[in-house]
Design a binder for this molecule. Sequence first.
Ligand code: PEP
Length: 248
Amino acid sequence: MGRKKIIAGNWKMNGTPTEAVALANSLKDKISGSASDVVFCVPAIDIIPVLEAVKGTDIQVGAQNIHFEESGAFTGEISAKMLVDVGVKYVVLGHSERRQYFAETDETVNKKVLTAIKNGLIPIVCVGESLTQREQGITVDLVRLQTKIAFKDVTAQDAKKSVIAYEPIWAIGTGKTATNAEAQEVCAAIRQVVREIYDDATAEEIRVQYGGSVNGGNASALFAEADIDGGLVGGASLKPEFEKIVNY
Ligand code: PEP
């Protein structure tokens, strides 16, 4: 059986709880019951109201970060257990904005992946190169390394259920999408490194998304590529256009 696509909206730091509920309400009837798994990854304060808004649909709610510790003196942070307690199923980890602005490293991403899995959250692990790294020709080496470190000490059983998002940094929020061939090449390389770390079965089951200026016009061609199992969508997930992406 083929892999089920997964399309996740990364709302980033957008939307008050009132606005978030309005957005969820405006989209939910048009995108629930789709052939893909659909996730709204919303700001922490919006999680509970959005969960309430999508109740009774098959839309899942995800978070955008967790702390790697279970609990304790980490002012301002949110734990995996807190998210699970309210019904969150997914968490985006290692987004390039968190790596860039909040000093996240491959090592902290790995700790967060382990904590997420231990608590029953499905991690959406982001990897991807900068424009300079692409121009240097080190894209595949870099995402292989990011993937290997992120999945250190993760069992094959848990890796199978995880999601990896290939997000070239130069394509995020820029309107500059990777070509279908560029996105496919790197998603295939990620699946290959998963095969090397684990085995064929894990590589065939893990879902690899593409993210970076996905929109209503380019989603279907990107998602038709053999190793692209859906998308992580930023800007367009806040617009009515998200329906076109989900129902690509
Ligand atoms: C993202 O935030 O993960 C993203 C891919 O953003 P955008 O779709 O706006 O490029």
